[in-house]
Design a protein around this ligand. Structure first.
Ligand code: HT7
Ligand code: ZN
Length: 881
C-alpha cells in the first residue's frame, strides 16, 4: 500500500466558503445534493480543484451552472481533479449512497433502523465529493428530508432554523452551523430517538439547551451523561475560561460505533458504552468512563473544533491536548490529592501497558507521524496518551499559571484556524518566555526514552550528586535519537521518611520537590546541605513518559512505599518490588524450581492494606500486581505461560499470607445503602472486590459462598460482576464449577436485553483463566455473538487475543489460527475494526522461536488474503517487515 508523507503537504488549491446540502434520507438509499462555493487559494501551488469521493454513485456534477463533461475532470482512486477552473466556483454535486450496505460504519450508515454519520477521519467523502481534508473549513447549511414515521427525529450540526411537513408522510428539518468547520465534524442523525433535555445557564448568562438522545427504552440511563455534560461545561469555563459557543448541544448514543465517541460540532455521537448507565447495568469504571469521554468530546469543542488540525499528521494537536484536558477534568472532580494520584496512576498504567509496547513494536511512530498508509490506523495510544503526556510536560515545565497563559495565547492566535503541533509549542514557549526548541523532539522522535539515574552522597561535604543519563532505543526508520528535553521531578527522603528540604539550582527555600531539566545525554545535579544520605524519589507524579532506572535496594523501595509524600511514587515503589519478584518467579517456573514469596514483600503489602489512613482506591492499586503484559516487557523472550503461572502463584501466596487482613478489608469496605458512583464509595468497592478476588484464590467453600452471596444480593453491577468474576475464576473444588456456570447462565438470562451487559458477559469469559481457544469458538456460536457489531466483536475476540495471553499464545498455535480467521472475516465487514485486531500480533518477535514461527505464518496468511483493506495491509506489512 501507498504511504503519504507529512513533508508533502500542499495547501488546498481552493477554499470552500459555504456548503449547502439537501439529503433525502432512506436506509436502503439516500440521495445527497451538495452545493458549495469555492474560491481559489492564491498561495497554493495546487492549481486544480481537488475533491475526494469513496464508493459514491455520482448523478450530477455542475460547475457554475454547467454540467461537467467527462473530459473536464479526471478520477483516480478516491481523487477527482478539475483543472482550469475559474477563481470563483459554485459546484453542484448529486450522489446516491446506500447506508444499509455500509458495514464499515464510516460515512452514513444504519444502526438499529436509524441513520448515523461518522466522518472523522475521511468519512465525509463517502457521502459526497468534497475537499475532505481538515484545513478546508466552511459554513454548512443542511436540509434533511425523510419519512416521518421511520425518521421522526432529524438532527444535524448547529441550530435548527426551520422544520415542517412535506405532505405525503414526509417532513423536513433545516440546520445551520454558524461556525466554520472541517468536513470531518459534519454530522447527521435521523431516526426513532428520544431525549433527556435541560436548559443550562452558562457563566456569561446565556441559556443553552442540552440534550442526550437515545433509543426509546433507554431514558432511564441518560442521567449520568447529562450530569457529566454539565460538569464539563462548568469545568471548561472555570479552568480554562472557555465557553460553550452554541445555543444547543446534543449527544446521541448509538450501539454501532467504531470508537468511543465523536466530537461533531454541536452534535456529539457516542458509542452507547459511553452514555448509558444506571446502577444495575453499569460498573463504577463505566460511570468514570462516561464522565471522562463526555468531557473529552465536549472539550474538543475548543481543542479540535475551534482550533483544528492542518493535516492528519497533526492529530495529536487535538487528541493529546484533549486527553490531557479530560484527565485533568476527572482529577479535579475527585479533588483530593490522593484522588488525583489514583487517577494519575490509572492513566500511567494504560500508558505503560499499551503505549510503551506500541513504542517498542513495528507500528512505533512519533506523536506527530511522518507518514501513514491509512489514517484510521493512527488513532493510537501514542497520539492520544503519549500526546497527553507531552502536553503534561509543558504543564510541569511552565507551572499551572504559565500553562494557562500558553493556552490563552494559543486561542488568541489560532481561533478559527487549522494549525500544527509546532504552533501549540510556540504559544507555550512565547507565553512562558521559554526556549522550547529541543522540546520539538518529543513530536519527531518515536520510542520510549530510558533515563538511568545514579547518585553519590558525600558525607563530608553534605552533597548529593544525582547523575541522569538518557538514551532511546531505535524504532522503525529512526536508528539514532537525539537527547530529549525531560522534566524529572525529584524529592529526597530522610531516614524518618520525611522530605528533606532541597538546596539546588532552581529550588526555592523550603521546597521539597524540584523539576530538574535533563536536556543533555548526561547531566549531574548537585544538592547541597543534605544532612544525611537520602533515598531519592525520582520522576515524581511520572513527570515524563520514560522508563526510569535506579539501582534501588528492596529496603529503599519499602521505605518509599511506606513514606513518600508523592503518592504516585509510593505506588511505583510497590510496583518495583512486585515486578522484581514476578520476574524471579517466572525464571523459577522456567527452571522448574520451587516458588516462594518473601515475608518482607508480604509485610509491605499487609501494612498498606491495613493502613486505613490511606484512600481505599490507593490501597487497591498497590495491592494489584503488575499485569502479565507489563511483566512480559521485562523479558527479551516472553514466555506467557510461565508469566501466568508465576503471577498466579504470587496471587495465591498473597491470598494465603493476608487471609485475615483481606477478610477484614472486605468487611470494612461494604457500601450499604443507595448506589452512588462517587469516588468515595467506588474506592471502597474497588478494595472490597480486590479482596474478594484474592479470597477466591483460597480454595474454601466459605469464600465461594461469600462470592455467591455477593452475586445473588448485589444491588449494583460493580458488585455483581466482581462476584461473577470471582466465581468463574474460583480455584477450589471442581464441583463448585457447576454453581459458577449456573451463575453465568442466570446473569445472561437476567440481562439478555441489555447489549452492554451481554458484552460484559462475553468479556468476562474471554479473559477467564480457563477459557481456551476451543471455548472461544464455542462462545462465537452463541446466538448473541456477531462480528458485525464492533462492541460485541471486541467483547469476546479482542478481549481474548489481547487480555488472556497464556491462552491466546497456546503452544499449538491455535490462538493465532483463530486470530487470522477473525481478521480475515472482519476485513470484509469493517476494516477499521479488523486492523485493530490485527495489532494483537505486533510483538510477535518477542516470543520463543517456536511461537514466532506460528505467529509469522498467521501474519502471512492474513497478508496473502485477497482484497485486503489498506487498514489491515498496513498493520500486517509493518509487522512482517
Ligand atoms: N476524534 C474522534 C475520533 C473518532 C474516530 C476516528 C476514526 C474512526 C472513527 C472514529 N470515531 C471517533 C474521537 C475522539 O478522540 O474524541
Ligand atoms: Zn478526541
Amino acid at each position: 500500500p501507498q504511504a503519504i508523507y507529512r513533508k508533502d503537504y500542499v495547501a488546498p488549491g481552493f477554499w470552500v466558503d459555504t456548503v449547502e446540502m439537501g439529503l433525502d434520507l432512506g436506509l436502503e438509499q439516500t440521495y445527497v445534493a451538495t452545493r458549495m462555493t469555492l474560491r481559489r487559494n492564491p498561495d497554493s501551488t495546487e492549481k486544480d480543484i481537488v475533491l475526494f469521493g469513496d464508493g459514491l454513485k455520482t448523478l450530477q456534477l455542475r460547475l457554475n451552472g454547467v454540467n461537467l463533461k467527462k473530459s473536464q475532470y479526471s478520477i483516480q482512486g478516491e481523487t477527482m481533479r478539475i483543472p482550469d477552473a475559474p477563481d470563483d466556483v459554485v459546484l453542484e454535486i448529486e450522489t446516491l449512497i446506500q447506508p444499509v450496505k455500509n458495514t464499515a460504519l464510516s460515512g452514513l450508515y444504519a444502526s438499529a433502523g436509524n441513520l448515523i454519520t461518522q466522518c472523522e477521519a475521511e468519512g465525509f467523502r463517502r457521502i459526497t465529493w468534497f475537499p475532505d481534508r481538515p484545513d478546508v473549513m466552511a459554513k454548512y447549511t443542511v436540509l434533511l428530508r425523510a419519512d416521518k414515521k421511520a425518521f421522526p427525529v432529524l438532527l444535524s450540526n448547529g441550530n435548527l432554523i426551520e422544520e415542517g411537513d412535506l405532505g405525503d408522510g414526509r417532513h423536513y428539518a433545516k440546520w445551520e452551523d454558524p461556525f466554520f468547520k472541517p468536513s470531518y465534524l459534519f454530522a447527521i442523525v435521523a431516526g426513532k430517538l428520544v431525549c433527556q433535555e435541560e436548559t443550562f445557564r452558562l457563566q456569561d448568562g446565556r441559556d443553552a439547551l442540552l440534550q442526550v438522545w437515545v433509543e426509546p427504552g433507554n431514558l432511564d440511563k441518560t442521567d449520568h451523561a447529562m450530569q457529566s455534560l454539565k460538569k464539563s461545561i462548568r469545568w471548561d469555563e472555570e479552568r480554562f475560561g472557555l465557553e460553550l459557543d452554541l445555543d444547543r448541544f446534543m449527544i446521541v448514543a448509538t450501539g454501532d460505533f467504531n470508537m468511543g465517541a465523536m466530537e461533531n460540532k454541536g452534535l456529539n455521537i457516542f458509542n452507547t458504552k459511553y452514555v448509558l448507565a444506571n446502577p444495575s447495568i453499569a460498573t463504577d469504571i463505566d460511570y468514570a468512563g462516561i464522565e471522562s469521554v463526555v468531557g473529552h468530546e465536549y472539550f474538543h469543542n475548543w481543542t479540535g473544533n475551534r482550533v483544528t488540525c492542518r493535516d492528519w499528521f497533526q492529530l495529536s494537536l487535538k487528541e493529546g491536548l484533549t486527553v490531557f484536558r479530560d484527565q485533568e477534568f476527572s482529577a479535579d472532580l475527585v479533588g483530593t490529592a490522593t484522588g488525583r494520584a489514583v487517577k494519575r496512576i490509572e492513566d500511567v498504567r494504560v500508558l505503560r501497558q499499551v503505549q510503551f509496547s506500541e513504542d517498542a513494536g513495528p507500528m512505533a511512530h512519533p506523536v506527530r507521524p511522518d507518514s501513514f498508509v491509512e489514517i484510521n490506523n493512527f488513532y493510537t495510544v501514542t497520539i492520544y496518551e503519549k500526546g497527553s503526556e507531552v502536553v503534561r510536560m509543558y504543564y510541569t515545565l511552565l507551572g499551572h499559571d504559565g500553562f494557562r497563559k500558553g493556552m490563552d495565547l494559543y486561542f488568541a492566535r489560532h481561533d478559527g484556524q487549522a494549525v500544527e503541533c509546532d504552533d501549540f509549542r510556540a504559544a507555550m514557549a512565547d507565553a512562558g518566555g521559554r526556549d522550547l526548541t529541543q522540546f520539538e523532539r518529543w513530536y519527531s522522535q518515536a520510542g520510549t526514552p530510558r533515563v538511568h539515574a545514579s547518585a553519590v552522597y558525600n558525607a563530608d561535604e553534605k552533597t548529593y550528586a544525582l547523575t541522569l543519563t538518557q538514551s532511546c532505543p531505535a524504532t522503525p526508520g529512526q536508528a539514532e535519537k537525539l537527547p530529549f528535553h525531560i522534566p524529572v521531578t525529584v524529592g529526597l527522603l530522610g531516614a524518618d521518611g520525611r522530605d528533606l528540604p532541597l538546596h539546588t539550582d532552581g529550588a526555592q527555600a523550603g521546597q521539597t520537590s524540584v523539576v530538574l531539566e535533563l536536556t543533555e545525554a548526561s547531566q549531574t545535579f548537585v544538592f547541597r546541605d543534605v544532612a544525611e544520605e537520602p533515598v531519592p524519589s525520582l520522576l515524581r507524579n511520572f513527570s515524563a513518559p520514560v522508563v526510569l532506572h535506579f539501582d534501588y535496594s528492596d529496603a529503599q523501595l519499602a521505605h518509599l512505599l511506606a513514606h513518600d509524600s508523592d503518592p504516585f511514587n509510593r505506588w511505583e515503589a510497590g510496583q518495583r518490588l512486585a515486578t522484581r519478584r514476578l520476574v524471579k518467579l517466572t525464571q523459577a517456573v522456567q527452571a522448574g524450581e520451587a516458588l516462594a514469596l518473601d515475608e518482607m514483600f508480604l509485610e509491605a503489602l499487609r501494612n498498606t492494606l491495613n493502613d486505613t489512613t490511606l484512600d481505599p482506591a490507593f490501597r487497591e492499586l498497590v495491592l494489584t500486581l503488575p499485569s502479565e503484559l507489563v511483566i512480559a516487557e521485562e523479558f527479551d523472550e516472553v514466555d506467557p505461560q510461565a508469566i501466568h503461572t508465576a503471577r498466579q502463584y504470587a496471587r495465591a501466596a498473597i491470598s494465603d499470607a493476608l487471609r485475615g487482613d483481606l477478610l477484614t478489608a472486605y468487611e470494612n469496605n461494604l457500601t450499604p445503602g443507595a448506589y452512588s458512583p462517587d469516588a468515595e464509595p467506588a474506592a471502597k468497592r474497588a478494595l472490597k472486590n480486590l479482596a474478594l478476588s484474592y479470597l477466591a484464590d483460597w480454595p474454601q467453600q466459605a469464600t465461594f459462598e461469600l462470592a455467591l452471596t455477593q452475586f445473588d444480593e448485589a444491588e449494583n453491577m460493580t458488585d455483581r460482576l466482581a462476584a461473577l468474576h470471582a466465581l468463574v475464576n474460583f480455584k477450589g473444588d471442581p464441583k463448585l464449577k457447576k454453581a459458577a456456570d449456573k451463575a453465568l447462565a442466570q446473569f445472561y438470562k437476567k440481562f439478555a436485553k441489555e447489549a452492554l451487559v451481554v458484552d460484559k458477559w462475553f468479556m468476562l469469559q474471554a479473559v477467564a483463566e480457563t477459557t481456551d481457544v476451543a471455548r472461544v469458538r464455542e462462545l462465537m456460536q452463541h446466538p448473541a455473538f456477531t462480528l458485525n457489531n464492533p462492541n460485541r466483536a471486541r467483547s469476546l475476540t479482542f478481549s481474548f487475543c489481547n487480555a488472556n495471553p497464556s491462552q491466546f499464545h497456546a503452544p499449538d498455535g491455535s490462538g493465532y489460527a483463530l486470530w487470522a480467521e477473525l481478521v480475515i472475516a472482519l476485513n470484509k465487514i469493517n476494516p477499521q475494526v479488523a486492523a485493530r485486531l490485527a495489532r494483537s500480533m505486533d510483538r510477535w518477535k518477542k516470543y520463543s522461536p517456536a511461537l514466532q514461527q506460528k505467529m509469522k505464518a498467521a501474519l502471512e496468511k492474513v497478508a496473502g488474503t485477497k482484497k485486503l483493506s489498506k487498514d489491515v495491509a498496513e498493520v500486517v506489512t509493518k509487522a512482517l517487515a
